[in-house]
Ligand binder design. Structure first.
Ligand code: FMN
Length: 406
């Protein structure tokens, strides 16, 4: 018997647009998809879009004329049911056993003989609210699987829990939960999703160059951008390693972490990591261009009226990444301050010519600590300007996945 009927229950979250991508991917891979939308979900995307993508009529009403038994038929028809996006309201209603619309009634008609998944999507405060957390715990006890909301940049601008998993990851979760079967759609999809996920290395934070035992020269890098990218890539299903300064921000979602302090540490750690055949290297660390020529042992006395510290130039670490790992996709970062457009272009170009970057992310210091901290994403022949961190991570994930599929 074929095992490829997927029932998607959409409730009213801004993340409805992501589920459009999921539905499209399922249909492209020969799954039969039927969709139920809550009244609120229809305010975010239209039933026409969902009907077009799923190639099936959309169900919205328990009392639709001629469809009165759909809450039983649809539950029976499906081999797997996924609530995505799942709002706080829908999750809390399901836990209570309320059946006042088609989605909640379908849950009451579910007999737990097949997978029932919930993918929450909401603001962090709604997600962490005791009512929602309590419902999630109780639903798990009933046998529902919760596809934990990822940390990342939310539509409301906050960073935290509550973000819907990326469509690619939702797709993998669905496929992995379907029973072994003779269905070519499932067999094909399982073959594709069990292949190894993309291995990504992200460097993060700033190096510290010692002057003496207690003083050092460093820079203002916090590692927040890299940590957010790491979370986004983990939630997109990538296998992420994070090589960061000891003081750098850490991703919330788990990934393998290694640390460095000085330029030399980073240089050595990166060289060791590059033996691991990463598919993608995102070099976001802010590396000291100079180190102190002769750091002093002990603590330099504070009595002297003036001090001279000699610095020596460090070779650019990024320039050797492609030499040591030629098959990796390389993303370089360039922070500028008070440069003309022509100067910025020249600095970005250097990363393509000297480091052989595949992508360069440029941002300007004047915007770093503002609400309008945006990024420009360059390839050798194109640029996308003014991307939010969320858009940047989405564009990069998308580009990596397209390369993976080639
Ligand atoms: C712009 C906007 C975005 C919203 N996004 C979410 C969301 O992501 N998650 C959520 O739980 N509620 C969200 N809501 C609130 C829900 O739409 C609201 O609680 C609604 O009653 C949910 O109904 P449903 O669960 O039947 O779909 C949003 C509301 C608006 C106006």
């Amino acid at each position: 018997m074929s095992q490829n009927n997927i029932l998607i229950l959409m409730s009213g979250s801004i993340a409805c647009y992501k589920v459009c991508t999921l539905i499209s991917k399922l249909v492209q891979n020969n799954f039969n998809v039927k969709v139920v939308m809550s009244t609120s979900a229809q305010k975010f995307v239209g039933t026409t879009t969902i009907e077009g993508l799923s190639q099936n009529p959309v169900h919205t009403d328990t009392f639709e004329p001629g469809q009165a038994m759909e809450h039983i038929h649809l539950a029976r028809w499906a081999h797997l049911i996924l609530v995505a996006p799942a709002t706080a309201n829908t999750i809390n209603k399901m836990k209570q056993g309320v059946g006042d619309d088609l989605i909640s009634t379908l849950f009451l008609a579910h007999d737990f003989t097949k997978p029932f998944l919930i993918a929450p999507a909401m603001n962090t405060k709604m997600y962490l609210h005791p009512a929602t957390q309590n419902s999630i715990t109780e639903l798990k006890k009933m046998g529902v699987e919760i596809l934990e909301a990822a940390s990342g940049v939310l539509a409301c601008g906050e960073v935290g829990y509550g973000r819907l998993l990326e469509p690619e990851l939702l797709y993998k979760e669905i496929v992995q939960r379907l029973p072994e079967s003779n269905s070519p759609a499932v067999a094909n999809a399982q073959k594709k999703t069990t292949r190894k996920s993309l291995k990504v290395l992200i460097t993060s934070g700033g190096t510290q160059e010692p002057i003496d035992d207690v003083r050092f020269i460093s820079n203002s890098s916090t590692g927040k951008t890299a940590a957010t990218l790491a979370d986004q890539f983990v939630s997109a299903g990538f296998d992420v390693s994070y090589l960061c300064a000891e003081s750098a921000a850490r991703p919330v979602l788990c990934c393998t972490t290694h640390t460095f302090v000085t330029y030399k540490d980073l240089d050595q750690a990166l060289e060791a990591q590059l033996k691991n055949n990463y598919d993608v290297i995102v070099h976001a660390a802010a590396v000291s261009d100079y180190s102190v020529s002769q750091p002093q042992g002990g603590k330099i006395s504070s009595d002297a009226e003036s001090l001279e510290i000699q610095l020596r130039k460090n070779p650019k670490i990024i320039n050797k990444i492609k030499q040591l790992s030629p098959k990796s996709v390389l993303v370089g970062f360039k922070l500028t301050s008070k440069n003309s457009d022509a100067e910025i272009k020249e600095k970005v170009n250097k990363l393509f010519t000297q480091a052989q970057c595949d992508y360069v992310v440029h941002n300007d210091w004047s915007r770093v600590h503002t609400h309008h901290h945006t990024f420009n994403l360059y390839t050798e022949h194109s640029v996308k300007n003014d991307l939010s961190l969320f858009d940047l991570s989405f564009d990069l994930s998308d580009a990596f996945l397209r390369k993976e599929n080639l």
